[in-house]
Write a new protein. Structure first.
Length: 331
């Protein structure tokens, strides 16, 4: 009996030691990930410090010109006019367009796959969605450049400009010179890229809604649509919001596909059908050819802006999820 007790004691000690080791290992992993993010931010700020010291934060974010050696046409004086405003506007506009299209579409596809689709059809459609997500961004960019941009110019772009554009100038275009390279085209290409992410996250969240909630609402006489509207979607809304915002973050940082269709013009577009520039495309197209140290610092400053926006978006999503979760529990 004493020998058995000793063996159990030694076994329990080994289990406790393994548990403590695993807990400490996970803690080290979390701290390492956080330290890596802080180190990345610190390096970017340090390398881009000349632009912050020379221009300042607000002027850099609000200047609509990117000219390291700007020559004043009146005085002939040379100055640095490097600003991130065109890139910020292009990034935000194209990402919002992609989100507006991909968000509702992805949620509706997820609802169909979980609630309405036969099992065999759902398996095939899910595989198709995952296949789209696996396509490299450069391939989607080639498709957007040679196929979708022309189709969009002659269909979606023409219809929106001829209807909504008559009321809202921001949706108008020059009828004598319609272009296939625009912020709108970049947004639509982004929508194709982020739809699979919205579908995948929303599908798993909707599937996790307890069957008892559905059956209880159906037992009270509700239809399938009423059950989805009043039970499934409200219960899954926090996860759906997280998936949509995750896709939005992916759209903000997308580079190759956007670079191929946005036009790469350093201007603040007055219409969604004009060429523009995104932060990621500006860095990708200029970083390899830059020779001026101030311009290099400006490109790294764009990286700082993109990193801050991405981290800020994650914080906002977490706060919204906590607030919606509390509101749902209270209701």
């Amino acid at each position: 009996m004493d020998d058995r007790l000793r063996r159990l004691t030694r076994s329990g000690g080994r289990l406790l030691s393994a548990d403590a080791l695993f807990r400490r290992s996970t803690l080290v992993a979390v701290l390492a990930a956080g330290a890596l993010l802080v180190l990345l931010f610190a390096v970017l700020v340090a390398q881009s410090w000349p632009i912050w010291a020379d221009r300042g934060i607000v002027p850099f974010l609000t200047t609509p010109t990117w000219a390291p050696n700007y020559v004043d046409p009146v005085t002939g004086a040379t100055s640095v006019q490097i600003g991130a405003l065109p890139m910020i506007v292009g990034t935000v506009l194209s990402s919002i367009i992609g989100l507006v299209v991909a968000g509702p579409l992805g949620v509706l596809v997820a609802v169909f796959l979980v609630e309405y689709s036969p099992r065999r059809l759902a398996i095939g459609l899910t595989f198709l969605v995952e296949l789209i997500a696996a396509i490299p961004s450069v391939v989607i960019g080639i498709w957007g450049l040679y196929v979708f941009s022309i189709f969009s110019r002659d269909t979606f772009q023409w219809w929106i400009a001829s209807t909504i554009g008559r009321v809202i100038p921001f949706c108008a275009e020059d009828p004598a010179n319609p272009t296939r390279f625009s912020v709108f085209t970049a947004g639509m290409v982004l929508a194709v890229m982020i739809v699979p992410m919205v579908v995948a996250v929303s599908r798993e969240v909707i599937r996790s809604v307890p069957l008892s909630l559905r059956e209880g609402h159906t037992g009270m006489g509700a239809t399938r649509w009423e059950t989805i509207r009043h039970v499934v979607l409200p219960t899954a809304r926090i996860g759906i919001l997280g998936g949509v915002m995750l896709a939005f973050g992916r759209a903000l940082g997308e580079t190759i596909a956007v670079t191929m269709v946005i036009g790469n013009v350093d201007q603040v577009p007055t219409s969604v059908f004009q060429p523009g520039q995104s932060i990621a495309s500006k860095i990708a197209t200029n970083l390899g050819d830059v020779t001026d140290q101030v311009e290099l610092a400006g490109l790294l400053g764009l990286g700082v802006v993109l990193l801050v926006v991405s981290v800020g978006l994650s914080v906002i999503v977490r706060l919204l999820a906590r607030r919606l979760g509390g509101a749902y529990v209270a209701s």
